[in-house]
Design a protein around this ligand. Structure first.
Ligand code: NDP
Length: 599
């Protein structure tokens, strides 16, 4: 059934806005930590084993290559694939794609945890459905279906011959003498390329919680993006048959954990869910694709649906709500727009509160134990954390083998060889699952895994020592012919694929147009970078107060601030507006705001 957008308050007694603000303030205060983003641990050193690829064939080997290409793309996820597909459409065929994973898919290669699926509907999320002729089996596709679709795209667009997998960049250096990027890898390869595209992912660098003792846990432990099915048995869709006599602890209750917990609940002897901040969980309502409906969509339907969804979740209120799901219901009213009057601001705040109140009430209708239900209620605004949708997460807490260990915002205290200490009590566990998320707002060079060396031997981390500098998040001064696709100073929104597809289209246009027009080098002009920063700042100002009033999380960089934060922004307006900036720039035709040299 279609879900109507939420446009007015539901009946029932409602606390005053002052009371709500006070409750939100108290919950936020419990969670503020002086170490902010520094609280997390990298998967290196003693924790390097956490980053091992459990899906790779350990015997994989190949001889090093020495190659020259027009374009080298780092990353074979949707962004890298779409860049290559767009380049081919422009007639640029000399492309090499490298990725540390063993196949295409990016996040959908790595994330194979049980229950993994995409929370944006498949008809809107999966790119190029009309072009490939593929029909998703369900409204919300499983991770394995999405990974298979990435492989299908790889075959359909003949991308496999371009790809080298299990390959990590060690160094990427611009050489002014030959006007090429020189790239070396951990497999001993050397590449030279005129254009260098970084499409290394947004949620690609897993992080572990900074809990004392984490290195000393004696049982099996892994991050959700490196799920160890040798330990749990089963598979992404098959029941985990090795857990029947196991006590499993899971740390984290974000979008990932919401999908994992129901599957652990069905398989493990005991499940302990260690919670610092609860997620808001709405109804999912998944179902098989209506084949007749799908087959009868008119040409151009997918682009219209993608636009319509983004409008519906950014306050643009399209005439028709095509997707009609939980996202469009709760995000219909956008708190992110500057209200025209104090009355409007109050109405938006009230609507935000009512959305969250509806989700809090939902907990009471599902979770039988009132104390557990109370602890599962999220007390923050609807834009503070990624909202979740799942029909089995809350019911899992009614099972006798599932235990919520709520830490009242503090997080667990310590990990011992045999368990987890929370609230002074040690809970023994055999297996620990870290659903602790990813680095999102840390330095790009650290997340990419290499630090590009630009003109004059200057590293990206040096040039960006006071924070990022870019035009649209894509071009940067001092880094000729390097195009970045990622979150830094670029777009962001509910449907990541909408943003990635627009970025890939733009990057391919830049490269193809430069080739057509005999442009040897292109990079951002420093003054244009400052103008773009001003655009980002103007948007960020609109939501600064809102964001600062949220509980910490990756949306607000864990509320940490340093001198770099002021430049480390994303475009917080609608993806459609971000795409509009890119389109307008392309339409101007003469690469405004860049420095260009001709061959
Ligand atoms: P998140 O960063 O959203 O969640 C990490 C969790 O770990 C939080 O609950 C956090 O608590 C908790 N945590 C961190 N440190 C500690 C600690 N010391 N003690 C206890 N708990 C701790 O990561 P996810 O992997 O869940 O999701 C990341 C993003 O991935 C999502 O926002 C979404 O964009 C994407 N995603 C998308 C899906 C989709 O369907 N499209 C599915 C899954 C993920 P706290 O909140 O208090 O910091």
């Amino acid at each position: 059934g279609e879900i109507e957008p939420m446009t007015q308050s539901s009946p029932g007694p409602s606390p005053s806005l002052d009371e709500v603000r006070e409750r939100y303030r108290i919950e936020r205060a419990k969670r503020i930590r002086p170490d902010g983003v520094a609280q997390f641990k990298e998967l290196t050193g003693d924790l390097a084993e956490f980053d091992r690829d459990p899906f790779a064939d350990p015997s994989f080997t190949r001889a090093p290559v020495d190659e020259e290409h027009e374009v080298l793309v780092v990353g074979g996820g949707f962004a890298g694939m779409l860049t290559a597909i767009n380049l081919k459409a422009h007639g640029v065929e000399d492309i090499r794609i490298i990725d540390k994973a063993g196949d295409f898919g990016g996040t959908w290669y790595w994330n194979r945890y049980p229950g993994c699926m995409c929370d944006v509907e498949s008809y809107t999320y999966l790119p190029l459905l009309e072009e490939t002729g593929y029909m998703p089996t369900e409204k919300y596709a499983s991770a394995s279906e999405i990974f298979s679709y990435c492989q299908l795209m790889g075959r359909h667009y003949d991308l496999y011959p371009h790809a080298l997998f299990h390959t990590e960049v060690e160094e990427a250096r611009w050489d002014d003498a030959d006007g090429r990027w020189h790239v070396t890898t951990d497999r001993g390869d050397t590449f030279r390329a005129r254009f260098f595209v970084t499409a290394g992912g947004i949620l690609a660098k897993a992080k572990l919680p900074g809990i004392p003792g984490i290195e000393g846990f004696a049982g099996d432990a892994f991050h959700t993006s490196r799920w160890n099915y040798d330990v749990t048995g089963g598979g992404p869709t098959e029941r985990m048959d090795k857990l029947a006599d196991k006590r499993v602890g899971i740390i984290g209750t974000g979008a990932t954990a919401v999908q994992v917990v129901p599957r652990l609940a069905n398989a493990a002897k005991e499940v302990y869910v260690f919670q610092r901040t609860p997620s808001a969980v709405g109804e999912r309502n998944n179902g098989p694709t209506d084949v007749e409906w799908y087959k009868n969509q008119p040409p151009g339907w997918q682009q219209e649906r993608i636009r319509n969804f983004t409008q519906a979740v950014t306050g643009a209120k399209p005439e028709k709500n095509l997707v009609g799901d939980g996202w469009t219901r709760y995000m219909w009213e956008d708190t992110h727009v500057k209200a025209g009057s104090p009355e409007e601001a109050e109405a938006l705040e009230r609507s935000d509160f009512e959305s969250m109140e509806e989700l809090r009430r939902r907990v009471d209708t599902i979770v039988e134990d009132p104390e557990t239900a109370e602890k599962l209620k999220p007390w923050y605004g609807k834009h503070c954390k990624r909202m979740c949708f799942h029909d089995d997460y809350l019911p899992a807490f009614n099972k006798p083998n599932v235990h919520l260990v709520d830490t009242d915002g503090r997080g667990v205290e310590q990990i011992t060889a045999g368990g987890v200490i929370a609230d002074g009590e040690e809970i023994p566990v055999d297996i620990l699952v870290f659903a602790s998320g990813y680095e999102v707002t840390t330095e790009l060079a650290s997340r990419l895994g290499f630090d590009p060396v630009g003109r004059g031997g200057q590293r990206l981390s040096e040039r960006w020592s006071d924070g990022p500098h870019s035009l649209h998040g894509i071009l940067s001064a001092g880094f000729p012919n390097m195009c970045m696709i990622g979150i830094v100073q670029a777009g962001f929104g509910t449907n990541f694929l909408h943003f990635l597809a627009e970025s890939a289209k733009h990057v391919a246009w830049i490269i193809a147009t430069c080739e057509d027009e005999g442009v040897a080098t292109i990079e951002a002009a420093p003054d244009a970078e400052e103008e773009w920063l001003a655009v980002l700042r103007e948007q960020a100002m609109l939501i600064a107060g809102y964001s600062a009033s949220c509980t910490p999380g990756y949306y607000n960089s864990e509320l940490s601030r340093d001198e770099k934060t002021a430049r480390n922004l994303v475009y917080t307006g609608s993806i459609l507006d971000y795409a509009g900036f890119l389109e307008q720039w392309r339409d101007e035709g003469d690469f405004p705001g860049t420095t260009v040299t001709k061959a």
